[in-house]
Design a protein around this ligand. Structure first.
Ligand code: NAD
Length: 457
């Protein structure tokens, strides 16, 4: 099939390359001419495992091309996937739909009869219906469907090739048929396919993100209670997660969520629910957001406490800048927000990240960056673990202890092994685990931590 993919960011680049890989003829369209030039040269605008190889393969096959022209896109295909951003409006919590609307307006006068616009961007419920009405005047006969995207950054290619489910919000059998054909290999491979009305499809996306965000904030709220009660949130999370109705995933206490989706999606959902008279039903999302944001301030406060109440003259090593491992995306990254706040408050901060140094430097040029963990930690008074890259599990705490000024670790992601760090002489602190940091002799502390973790990490 022929199709365009409009907006070649995280979602669009992965979607365009994967659709071409499964055999479709794809034209990727973006208004950013530099981005289109590098994509056409086989360079992905983002770091995602396997994406560069996929681009090279599909460009070479001739099934993937790129352009900056919507008119060319409208002439090329009848099916148009819209993958542009829907950020938070600067002066409210609602979503900014100007990019979606610009694409629809830009396409409208060029569309061929029988065209199908398929939104993948995350939008407020009612957007597909609004666009349909708008197009009805400009280009009668064009249909609008919504096919929300669930890919996780860091696993974009894998998630696009093998999603856990496909959801399409359609108003006709024809549109459903087109989308079944687009995703035929996935459906054949057993991926569940849900055909709904557009409003339900739009809501599935924000409901799923709201649920996951709530789970994260729930366990972070429990971490706060554990800090006050002298209990251990890691053990608590494992014990409640063993209940199959609850499950262990997204129950990892830490610095909270960030990135370009969860924060703005839950805010936009609450704002839209308010507009349609259902605000009370999702009032809890405000609290989810507040708990999440509070973890950043709590981390800064803990760091200050560990440094004796002031950052002046202190060196802090920050491990991690990306909002999550596997990605170089620093949009609303909790790690970077914490790093910048520490520096602003007087600390000398040096940041390491395996992939996100360039993107972090572009937003926070005032921070110092190090290309390896050792360099970041040299002479540090405190090491903060803020993004849980798997590489950080391989750090040799004994060797690192030799490089720092003071072997103090705050594991804000609660996933480094406290026993091996303590055994190597580090004072280990983590949110929701106050007993980790009790001043006890090193050999007892090892035993104590082993007891706390049930002998396993
Ligand atoms: P992004 O910011 O990475 O990319 C958006 C792209 O759209 C940019 O390249 C921009 O130049 C382009 N664009 C803007 N206006 C345009 C126009 N008029 N014509 C053509 N191109 C235009 O965004 P993203 O992270 O890929 O997110 C896209 C949408 O998908 C958002 O609604 C987001 O919430 C949703 N989403 C994102 C993810 C994710 O992990 N990033 C996952 C699921 C859903």
């Amino acid at each position: 099939m022929r199709m365009t993919v409009i907006g070649t960011g995280y979602v669009g680049t992965a979607h365009a390359a994967c659709m071409a890989d499964i055999g479709h003829q794809v034209l990727g369209v973006d208004i950013d001419a530099d981005r289109i030039a590098s994509l056409a040269a086989g360079r992905a605008p983002i770091h995602e495992d396997g994406l560069d190889e996929l681009l090279a393969r599909t460009l070479a096959s001739g099934r993937l091309r790129f352009s900056t022209s919507l008119a060319e896109g409208a002439a090329f295909a009848r099916t148009h996937f819209v993958c542009v951003g829907t950020p938070q409006l600067p002066d409210s919590k609602a979503a900014d739909l100007r990019y979606v609307d610009a694409v629809v307006d830009g396409l409208a006068s060029h569309l061929r009869p029988g065209s199908l616009i398929v939104g993948k961007s995350t939008v407020p419920v009612g957007t597909a219906a609004r666009i349909s009405e708008r197009l009805a005047d400009m280009t009668p006969g064009t249909e609008v469907a919504w096919n929300p995207e669930f890919l996780r950054e860091g696993a974009a290619v894998q998630d696009t090739m093998r999603p856990e489910r496909l959801v399409v919000g359609v108003t006709s059998r024809h549109a459903e048929g087109v989308l079944r054909a687009v995703y035929a290999p996935m459906i054949l491979a057993g991926v569940p396919f849900f055909a709904t009305d557009p409003a339900t499809a739009e809501l599935v996306k924000v409901a799923a993100n709201s649920f996951l965000a709530t789970k994260i904030s729930f366990i972070n709220a429990m971490a706060e209670v554990c800090d006050a009660a002298g209990a251990d949130v890691s053990l608590l999370a494992r014990a409640i997660g063993a209940d199959s109705r609850i499950g262990p995933r997204f129950l990892e206490p830490g610095l909270g969520f960030g990135g370009s989706c969860f924060p703005k999606d839950i805010r936009a959902f609450a704002a839209r629910a308010e507009e349609i008279g259902a605000g009370e039903a999702v009032v809890f999302l405000h609290e989810v957001d507040r708990i999440n944001t509070r973890q950043r301030q709590r981390t800064v406060d803990r760091a200050r406490g560990l440094l004796g109440g002031s950052f002046t003259g202190c060196r802090i090593a920050v491990l991690g800048a990306a909002f999550k491992p596997g990605s170089d995306d620093v949009r609303d990254s909790p790690a970077l927000v914490v790093a910048a706040t520490l520096q602003q408050q007087g600390a000398a901060v040096r940041v390491h990240d395996p992939e996100a140094i360039d993107t972090a430097r572009a937003v926070h040029p005032e921070l110092a960056y190090a290309l390896d963990v050792d360099k970041a930690c040299e002479d540090a008074d405190l090491v903060l673990h803020l993004t849980n890259w798997p590489q950080y599990q391989d750090i040799d705490p004994a060797a690192l202890a030799e490089l720092v000024r003071s072997p103090v670790l705050f594991d804000a992601r609660n996933c480094l092994d406290p026993r091996s760090w303590s055994a190597a002489g580090w004072a280990v602190h983590a949110p929701g685990r106050p007993r980790l940091s009790q001043a006890i002799p090193a050999e007892d502390q090892v035993d104590r931590v082993a007891a706390l973790t049930g002998g396993a990490s």
